[in-house]
Each structure stands twice: as structure tokens, then as C-alpha cells.
Design a protein around this ligand. Structure first.
Ligand SMILES: [Zn+2]
Length: 338
């Protein structure tokens, strides 16, 4: 049974067992609602010291998190659990339904809408709901993203540089529980108003990540997201059992890399058709050819060669063929020890 609530205060975060809700946010321009799916589970085996929330669909055209979190709404059994988990598989529900990065209702990017505004447009109302109603219930915040139609990433968990050493150490520990090939520390200057920015500022153990790309449901990415959240629940004693190695085919632990300065995010120098010549996640050397930009206004012209500005693992590539001047074309990161 799923219950529709029109006032978030009607959500019972303490009720024993598993309870499915749809949180109704009235649309600005029609007689209708965005019904944001939310499941609250309180384990029947007693309490746990830490509570966790997992989000999918903060961006609507990124599916690994939507699928993994929805499956967890079904699969997690409160009879075998301790403590509390909150699952929100489609946070920007209107964007998810529309297969868009941003909500078609207000054209707002949910992952730039924090801390939100209770009297703003729908995305701001939802982000305000998350900040004021969800974040106070939990100590751990997991927000599962992928590249949408903008970028190709190697499968990774991610977080910002964090100044507090205890918070940073616990975040690094939790980031590894997803057993992704990479853990990516990225620049806080790239954007503001992120869900994870807000959670980090509130002192939460906060993990983001990129689990696929191309508006698809990446098989491995979904596996890492689903089993990764379960590993986090085991780490905090919410689920019983041992933490599993998610990708037994890769003997190495997650590799920590960082690109924390805007200079690491290289813009496309001119409009063109982008032809990448390397695979994501490989180690490139300074001067290596990464791709070519073609100008079809003169098919006899030679392509502009894009070469690595330094050595390191390739952590992001522009996804589409048609690339506009100024779009981030690639990111080369550096290994980092935490
Ligand atoms: Zn995203």
C-alpha cells in the first residue's frame, strides 16, 4: 500500500516496518501534483546508531540510481534489519517522467536547487523538503548519479574536498563500499546548490557518484549502486552480514583520484563534431591525442587535435558528437592518497 501525503508532516519516520509514500507537491501551472516516491523502513530488530537516505533520479535522465533504489524499496526486509533507511528513487519525479535532466515544470536542475525555498517553484519546494524533513532524520546521504546525455564517466563514487578530517575519513571509507573502479574528488567550484553540498555542510557523511552514462541503465553501474547501498547499510549495522566485494573480477580496491581545480575541466575550444580517440578511465600521457574536433563547414579542413594537457587517468569525456565551444570536453585527474 502506498499512501499519498499532502503535508510532509504526515510522514511517520518512526513507524516500525516498511511504509511507502507518495509525497504530493502541487504543480505550479496545472491542477495536478508531482508525486515523489518515498519509502521509510524501520527495522524490527531494534535500533542502529546511524540512519541512511539513498536518492535516485535527482536528475531525471540518469537511471542506475532510480532502478537500484526502487529495487531496494522492494527487496529490503524490515524483519531482518536494525535502524532506519529512507529511499527516494525519483527525487525530481517530473524530470524522471520526462527523461530530462531538469524538471520540465520549472526548468530547474534539482541538483542546483539547494537549500530550496518553500514558496519557490516545485524543484525548490522539493529541495527544501529534503533539507528540512529528510536530512534531519539521517547521518548518511547517498545520491546516485550518472552522465545523462552530457558526459561519459568511469563508474565512480565521488565527493568534494572536505576540511573536517573526521568527516572526510568516514566519507572516504563509505565511498569505497561501492567497490567502483574509481573514487573521484571533484571541484566545489564547478557548481553550487548541489544536494551533496547541502548535506556536506550539515556535517553528513555524503556520497555522490557517476554510475553510467548515455541515458541508459548500465548493468555494472546498477550493480555497484544496488550492492553499494547494501554494503553501506551493513557498515552501519542496519543490515546484517558481511560487506561484499561487488566486482570480484577487479582485484584492486577503488582508486582515489582528484580534479579539484577548474583548470582540470578543459573547455571545448570551438564548435565542432567531437571524435574521441581514447576510452574513459585509461591513463593518458601529456601530449596524447584524446580526440579530434571536426568543422564540416569546410570538409577539406584538417581536424583540430585535442591533446592531453597533462598525464593522469581520464575521468570525464564529453558524450555527444555535437560539441559547443565552452562545454567541458574532458577531465584528467591525478592520483591522491587520503
Ligand atoms: Zn546527475
Amino acid at each position: 500500500m502506498t499512501r499519498v501525503v499532502y503535508d510532509p508532516s504526515q510522514i511517520d519516520f518512526d513507524a516500525a516496518g516498511k511504509h511507502h509514500y507518495q509525497v504530493a507537491f502541487h504543480l505550479d501551472s496545472t491542477w495536478g501534483y508531482s508525486l515523489v516516491p518515498l519509502t521509510v523502513i524501520n527495522g524490527l530488530r531494534g535500533s542502529a546508531s546511524t540512519s541512511v537516505v539513498a536518492f535516485g533520479g535527482t536528475h531525471g535522465n540518469e537511471y542506475e540510481g532510480q532502478v537500484a533504489v526502487k529495487r531496494l524499496c522492494q527487496d529490503l526486509d524490515p524483519a531482518t534489519m536494525h535502524g532506519r533507511v529512507i529511499l527516494i528513487p525519483q527525487l525530481s519525479e517530473t524530470a524522471c517522467v520526462a527523461n530530462l535532466r531538469v524538471s520540465p515544470q520549472d526548468r530547474v536542475n534539482m541538483n542546483r536547487a539547494f537549500p530550496g525555498n518553500p514558496s519557490g517553484t516545485i524543484s525548490y519546494q522539493i529541495s527544501h523538503f529534503v533539507k528540512t524533513r529528510i536530512f534531519p532524520q539521517v547521518q548518511v546521504v547517498l545520491d546516485i548519479h550518472s552522465g545523462g546525455n552530457e558526459a561519459i564517466f568511469p563508474i565512480c563514487t565521488s565527493f568534494h574536498p572536505i576540511s573536517d578530517p573526521r568527516q572526510r575519513a568516514e566519507i572516504a571509507t563509505v565511498a569505497q563500499l561501492f567497490d567502483t573502479p574509481f573514487v573521484f574528488l571533484y571541484s566545489s567550484q564547478m557548481a553550487s546548490g548541489l544536494l551533496t553540498d547541502e548535506a556536506e555542510a550539515m556535517g553528513k557523511v555524503t556520497i555522490g557518484g557517476e554510475f553510467g552514462y548515455a541515458e541508459s541503465t548500465n548493468r555494472k553501474g546498477t550493480l555497484h549502486a544496488y550492492e553499494g547501498v547494501k554494503n553501506v547499510l551493513k557498515h552501519y549495522g542496519i543490515l546484517e552480514g558481511d560487506i561484499v566485494k561487488i566486482d570480484p573480477g577487479r582485484p584492486t580496491p577503488p582508486r582515489f583520484v582528484q580534479a579539484v581545480n577548474l583548470e582540470d575541466y578543459i573547455p571545448c575550444p570551438r564548435n565542432g563534431v567531437w571524435e574521441p580517440t581514447v576510452d574513459i578511465g585509461v591513463d593518458v600521457k601529456e601530449g596524447d591525442l584524446l580526440g579530434r574536433l571536426h568543422d564540416f563547414s569546410d570538409h577539406a579542413s584538417s581536424a583540430l587535435e585535442i591533446r592531453a594537457h597533462r598525464s593522469g587517468p581520464l575521468s570525464m569525456l564529453y558524450f555527444g558528437a555535437v560539441c559547443k565551444k565552452g562545454s567541458t570536453l574532458y577531465v584528467i585527474s591525478q592520483d591522491v592518497k587520503l
